[in-house]
Structure formats: structure tokens, C-alpha cells
Design a protein around this ligand. Structure first.
Ligand SMILES: C[S@@+](CC[C@H](N)C(=O)[O-])C[C@H]1O[C@@H](n2cnc3c(N)ncnc32)[C@H](O)[C@@H]1O
Length: 496
């Protein structure tokens, strides 16, 4: 067969190369004049050439690069589409690619280098910020964590050198109060290095101002920041958990890790179970769709209509996306009925695994503090927070804080394979076990002739520990990881 094919090809080529037969009347192939033959031959040759050019391509692709529609670019010099804010960025992206994943939407809203919520502002600013956190309410909060750190350090044979690592340190207030109290207890005799995992350069600088007054704010060869604190600790800043390994010495000494309201700021994926499998919720552009997020509390006033008109909305992917595999392959979601909605935070698992990896040589600890669910799968918790009010997560992208309920059950399930896990316990119980009642009383006594200061101390104490809906004592939970075979820590039923 193959030989036959070769022969046919050979025959055809030789026929093409042959001179045409001309008869005694000067007719080509006994039919055509020379002129007719030349015209037909030229036509056939042109057709061949066109075909060959089509196959090879007549232009160099790079010559046309800046004339082709480009992915939305921010700084347009040639071509592309000018984008001045995240709304335009998403609108153009969705026009080009179709609906985008919720995770991509959230990641850009939170940490886009030019327009992200955390990367462009200090959301905890006293006057202009959108929310307030426990360390900012009262220094008693950080002091209790400092006492806890001291008790854990005692239980681990008092290592002479430690790292304190904080994920998402905000204004640096928690680190400030923890170090202050820990140093007091150990009489400045422990060598402490500090590592701050912070994606926002604005907040990094706030942290630097609070923790390191006299020393310069330097950059390292890896593009991180470095300085010396006012207590003479070396302090580094890096962007993500992956960078920690690049910082000297971090692996060799015990790592004590804090993450307060960090996990709730990580992006999620969201899925709905359909009869034919899991379908991902994607973000679609829709200037006309009104916000219908179920989480908006009815007693919050949202008089400004701007806050109801969302530019984007969630839409269900018609088919399986590659991410549909995540709920499909996880036995945790297997028996959920059709119609169930779940939120999954892959980033939280990466961060958690890094924290676990940092519990080296049977020393160190991880303390995760956040709001979330102890024993349930998060369903529809994504919310926007803007000027101390809940709003749709799909308005003013990059200007509104986005947050989710932390899936403590998932964190626990993963961690228990590698470490001892304690909690989650309610913030009120943890703080009382660490001694916040005594500390509040001490401060009240100290201010016995200052009624307004006393009122402030008492109100902060109540706000941090009470378990009603308006306080933080029950809504916020503490989860602790210690190396295997550790004994239960203070705050979780243990003692020194
Ligand atoms: C809700 S604030 C909490 C701040 C602080 N822990 C407190 O309680 O006051 C979240 C913090 O995490 C940081 N952050 C958010 N996403 C991050 C990410 N992907 N990587 C590193 N830091 C992040 C923010 O810049 C901010 O410092």
C-alpha cells in the first residue's frame, strides 16, 4: 500500500514537471492554444502559491502584537484597553474571557497591587477605616496573647531564641502588645526575631512606624523589608508564606505563629450541587442586577442606593469547570443534598500547611483567631464591609473589604493529621482563662479617679468577652496547633 502511494506521488510530480504535449496544429493537449494554456498554467500556479502562503503564514506574528486586542492593561502606551479601576478591569476581563472565578475576583479585590483593598489603604485607620478589630479595641487583648505565649514557651522548656511570626498583622498593634508583655515576663532575656507576612506596603509601613521608631526601614536582596524594633528585635516583612524560607534562621528556632483575622480575608471558591454534579459560581458583569446577597442584615440601614446596585453578580457555570473536582473528590461534601451550596478556601489550606511545617523540632505553636463555623460547612458567608456596614461584595470592587466565615472544621481536619489540635474555643472563654478579668480589674483600680477611662476599660472588656450578638466573645474563636505529644495549652483547658 505504502509503495503504491509513493509510486502515485512520483507519477504525479513527474507529470507536473513534464512539458505539455503539443500536436502538429500547435494545440496544447490537442485542445488549447498556447495563450489559453499559459493563462490556465498561471492561474494554477497562483493558486498553489496562495495555498502555500496560507499554510506558511505571510506575516511575522510579532509585527502585529500591539495591533491586536490585548488583555486589559493598566498603563497603555500602545494598544490594549485603558483601565482606571477594578470595575473597569473586571468588565474588560469578562468581555474578553467570559465570567471569571469568584476566587480570581476576590484576590484582585483584596490584593491587586494598584487597586486592591488591602494594598492601597489602611482599613483600620481610626477615622477613615471600615472596621475595627480586637487588638485595636484594647491592649488587654494583645496582653492576654502575650501571657499565653509566655505560658506556651514555659511548657516548651524556655527556648533561648524564638521567632514570632504574624500573618496579616494589620497596624502591628497585636505584635506590639504581645512583645511588650512577653519581654516583661522573660526580662528581655530571650532572643526574638519577628516575621510579618503582609501583602500591603501601606500596612507594612504602619507596622514599621509602630514597632521600630529609630531604626531605618530597609529593603533586602529578596525585595522584603527589614528593620530593628524598639526592643532591639530583628524584624522582617515578606509577602506570602512561601517567602518565609528565604528569611535567615526562620527554620532553625521554634516558631510561634499568630493569625488574627487573616484567614477570613482569603479568597474562596463557591459551588452548588446540581443533579448532574457540582457547578462553580462565577462572577459575571451586570450593571443592572440588584444586590440580593442573603447575608445583608435587615437591621443595617443601606439608605444609599449606590450600595444596592451591584456591577457584578454570581452566575452558575453551565458545565463542570476544572475546579468542580474539588468538592467532587472530597468525601466531606459527598452526602450533601442537591441544591447545597459550599464555600471552599484553597488558600487557607496552603497557609495552614506552611504553619504546620513551621512547627519544627517539637517546639512552637500556632494560634488562629477568627470568626467562623466550628462544626459546619460554610455555605454563603461572603460579605462586603464598607464604612462599618455590611454591603454587597459586588459593589465598588477594591474599595469594599471582602470577608468570609472561616471553615474551622476543615482546618482542624487537615491539621490533626500532623499536630495536636485544640479548640476552637470562644474568645470570651479563652481571654478569661488567660486572665483578662484580673487585668481589667487592675486597670480599673489604677484609674480609680478617672471615671471616663474606667468606663472605656469596662466597655472594652465587655465588648471583647461578652457572648451576645453585638460582642466578640462568642463570634470569634481561637484554634491552637501544637507539636504532637504536647500537653493542652492555657486557654484551652491546660495550665503551666
Ligand atoms: C482583616 S485585616 C486583620 C489585621 C490584624 N490582624 C488585626 O486584627 O487588626 C487582614 C490583614 O491581612 C493582610 N492580608 C490580607 N490578605 C493577605 C494575603 N493574601 N497575604 C498577606 N497578607 C494579607 C491585610 O493586609 C491585613 O493586614
Amino acid at each position: 500500500m505504502f509503495k503504491h502511494f509513493q509510486r502515485v506521488r512520483h507519477f504525479s510530480r513527474s507529470r507536473l514537471l513534464c512539458k505539455p504535449p503539443i500536436d502538429s496544429n500547435g494545440l496544447y493537449y490537442g485542445k488549447f492554444t498556447k495563450e489559453e494554456y499559459d493563462q490556465a498554467a498561471k492561474y494554477v500556479k497562483d493558486q498553489y502559491d496562495n495555498l502555500a502562503n496560507l499554510i506558511k503564514g505571510t506575516t511575522h506574528i510579532r509585527e502585529n502584537l500591539d495591533k491586536m486586542p490585548a488583555f486589559p492593561s493598566i498603563d497603555r502606551t500602545k494598544g490594549g484597553i485603558k483601565v482606571e479601576n477594578l470595575s473597569q478591569f473586571f468588565e474588560q476581563t469578562i468581555k474578553t474571557t467570559g465570567p471569571i472565578t469568584l476566587l480570581a475576583y476576590m484576590r484582585q479585590c483584596l490584593t491587586h497591587p494598584d487597586f486592591g483593598y488591602y494594598t492601597t489603604r489602611n482599613p483600620l485607620d481610626f477615622k477613615t477605616g471600615d472596621f475595627i478589630t480586637s487588638p485595636e479595641i484594647s491592649s488587654m487583648f494583645g496582653e492576654m496573647l502575650g501571657i499565653w505565649l509566655y505560658s506556651t514557651w514555659l511548657n516548651q522548656d524556655k527556648p533561648s531564641s524564638i521567632n514570632i511570626i504574624e500573618f496579616g498583622p494589620g497596624k502591628g498593634t497585636l505584635m506590639h502588645d504581645v512583645i511588650q508583655i512577653f519581654n516583661k515576663f522573660v526580662m528581655n532575656k530571650v532572643k526574638i526575631n519577628i516575621i510579618m507576612i503582609e501583602s500591603s506596603s501601606v500596612l507594612r509601613y504602619e507596622q514599621y512606624k509602630l514597632l521600630c521608631t529609630q531604626h531605618p526601614f530597609n529593603s533586602t536582596e529578596h525585595g522584603f523589608n527589614k528593620s530593628i524594633t524598639k526592643w532591639n528585635n530583628e524584624i522582617w516583612w515578606c509577602n506570602t508564606e512561601k517567602d518565609i524560607d528565604l528569611i535567615n534562621e526562620s527554620i532553625e528556632v521554634p516558631n510561634y505563629i499568630l493569625a488574627h483575622e487573616f484567614f477570613d480575608a482569603l479568597p474562596i471558591k463557591s459551588f452548588i450541587k446540581q443533579k448532574n454534579g457540582w457547578r462553580e459560581l462565577l462572577v459575571e458583569h451586570s450593571p443592572s442586577v440588584n444586590n440580593t446577597q442573603g447575608k445583608l442584615p435587615s437591621n443595617e440601614e443601606t439608605s444609599n442606593n449606590d450600595l444596592l446596585n451591584a456591577d457584578f453578580h454570581l452566575t452558575l457555570a453551565p458545565n463542570e469547570t476544572p475546579s468542580s473536582m474539588i468538592p467532587k473528590l472530597n468525601p466531606r461534601y459527598e452526602n450533601l443534598p442537591v441544591g447545597s451550596r459550599v464555600e471552599i478556601c484553597p488558600d487557607s489550606e496552603f497557609y495552614l500547611m506552611k504553619m504546620i511545617q513551621l512547627l519544627n523540632n517539637n517546639k512552637g505553636a500556632v494560634l488562629i483567631i477568627d470568626y467562623g463555623l466550628s462544626n459546619q460547612i460554610p455555605e454563603n458567608s461572603l460579605r462586603g464591609i464598607y464604612k462599618h456596614k455590611f454591603v454587597s461584595p459586588f459593589i465598588k470592587p477594591g474599595e469594599v473589604d471582602l470577608s468570609i466565615d472561616v471553615d474551622f472544621q476543615n482546618l482542624k481536619n487537615i491539621a490533626k493529621n500532623y499536630t495536636n489540635v485544640y479548640g476552637p474555643v470562644d474568645q470570651g472563654d479563652y481571654l478569661h482563662e488567660c486572665g483578662i478579668g484580673h487585668r481589667a480589674q487592675q486597670l480599673l483600680d489604677k484609674n480609680s479617679d478617672n471615671y471616663s477611662e474606667q468606663e472605656k476599660i469596662f466597655n472594652s472588656y465587655k465588648r471583647l468577652t461578652d457572648k451576645d450578638d453585638k460582642s466578640m466573645g462568642k463570634i470569634y474563636k481561637f484554634l491552637c496547633l501544637l507539636p504532637k505529644d504536647s500537653k493542652p495549652p492555657v486557654g484551652f483547658g491546660g495550665s503551666v
